[in-house]
Design a protein around this ligand. Structure first.
Ligand code: GRF
Length: 202
């Protein structure tokens, strides 16, 4: 399967997926394209250093989200993309993008959805005072941090946790469940029924 990664920053989830492929944990998959909306994203540099096909697509050159996404859609189509992984991609996708890759876009979010969607999910969890948070890999639909849930992992919140402490603890789990979700997809073990994800563990 051909995987495209969209990112905006650090790219640690992208690296986790990349390493899982390199290690053979995800077999029969390759990262064929990396797209960033930020020229300086360290994740983009990582991709370039490894000779991956990588693109900076500059949002300021396009008048609308759809116009911007159309450029990315064309790139991903030309690369015969089977799965799009959002990995810290800080831009909302247009309806056109979501329709084009229907049920073939994944995202990772640092909370147990549907709790705490949107920005600063770890801070939202701390401010609310929940005792458990975590992370979620889900298929992307037209609403933010909303689509069918693929995998989740709970993470304990400790007394006196800072946003950084909690973010680090959650990130460790992100790096496990995102490659795992990609592996399940690549192995054709995910099916959708009534917006619920069924996983084939047989
Ligand atoms: C992660 O916390 C992810 O859950 C969220 O954005 C952050 C991206 O981190 N969507 P990285 O760029 O993968 O290191």
């Amino acid at each position: 399967k051909n995987i495209a990664v969209l990112l905006s920053g650090r790219g640690s989830n992208f690296k986790a997926i990349y390493s899982s492929i390199e290690a053979g944990y995800i077999a029969d998959a390759r990262i064929t394209t990396v797209v960033s909306n930020k020229a300086e994203a360290p994740g983009l540099q990582f991709a370039k250093d490894r000779g991956l096909n990588s693109y900076f697509v500059n949002p300021s050159e396009y008048g609308s989200r759809t116009a911007y996404d159309t450029v990315i859609i064309d790139i991903l189509k030309s690369r015969k993309t089977d799965l799009v992984c959002l990995a810290g991609y800080m831009k909302l996708l247009s309806a056109k993008f979501v329709d084009t890759f229907k049920n073939r876009i994944m995202n990772i979010h640092p909370s147990l959805l549907p709790s705490f969607p949107g920005l600063n999910a770890q801070k939202q969890a701390l401010d609310y005072g929940v005792k458990i948070s975590g992370c979620t890999v889900h298929f992307v639909d037209k609403e933010l941090d909303h689509g069918p849930i693929i995998l989740q992992k709970a993470v304990e919140i400790k007394e006196n946790d800072t946003v950084n402490d909690l973010s680090e603890r959650i990130l460790k789990e992100e790096h496990k469940i995102y490659p795992e979700a990609v592996r399940l997809f690549v192995e054709n073990r995910l099916t959708l029924h009534n917006r619920k994800v069924n996983i084939d563990y047989s």
